[in-house]
Design a protein around this ligand. Structure first.
Ligand SMILES: [Zn+2]
Length: 123
């Protein structure tokens, strides 16, 4: 069975926001390449600005999420980490963690966050 490297949710959203900033600057840079066509350059610059504004919103959202996240000490690397939902991965060592005793030792599955699993997956 292939090992899935699972990333901590807050870290994942953070890297998404960082990616958006780079995307925004990338779009603006493309706009500058089209500086001879004024309207096209304007569209790219507006799109780039929107991407950067959106990433700011995402960063703000991470801030809100962090306040709601549960802070625990990872049993594997013994560093403090924040987790969202019933299952999440450690921010430092990517150790899958759960708040639910019933899920302990079970195969890691992100679907535990949304709803109860209907049937047990066969290995
Ligand atoms: Zn850890």
């Amino acid at each position: 069975m292939a090992e899935i490297t699972y990333k901590n949710k807050i870290n994942r959203i953070r890297s998404f926001a960082l990616g958006l900033i780079f995307l925004g600057f990338g779009i603006m840079y493309v706009g500058i390449l089209f500086r001879k066509i004024e309207w096209l350059m304007l569209i790219f610059i507006i799109l780039g600005t929107l991407a950067i504004v959106f990433s700011t919103v995402v960063y703000f959202w991470i801030g809100l999420l962090s306040t709601r996240a549960v802070q625990i000490i990872c049993p594997t690397c013994e560093k403090p980490t924040k987790m969202l939902g019933r299952v999440d991965a450690c921010m430092h060592c990517k150790q899958p963690l759960t708040l639910d005793k019933d899920l302990e030792g079970k195969e890691f599955d992100e679907s535990y966050n949304s709803k109860k699993k209907k049937d047990q997956k066969s290995r």
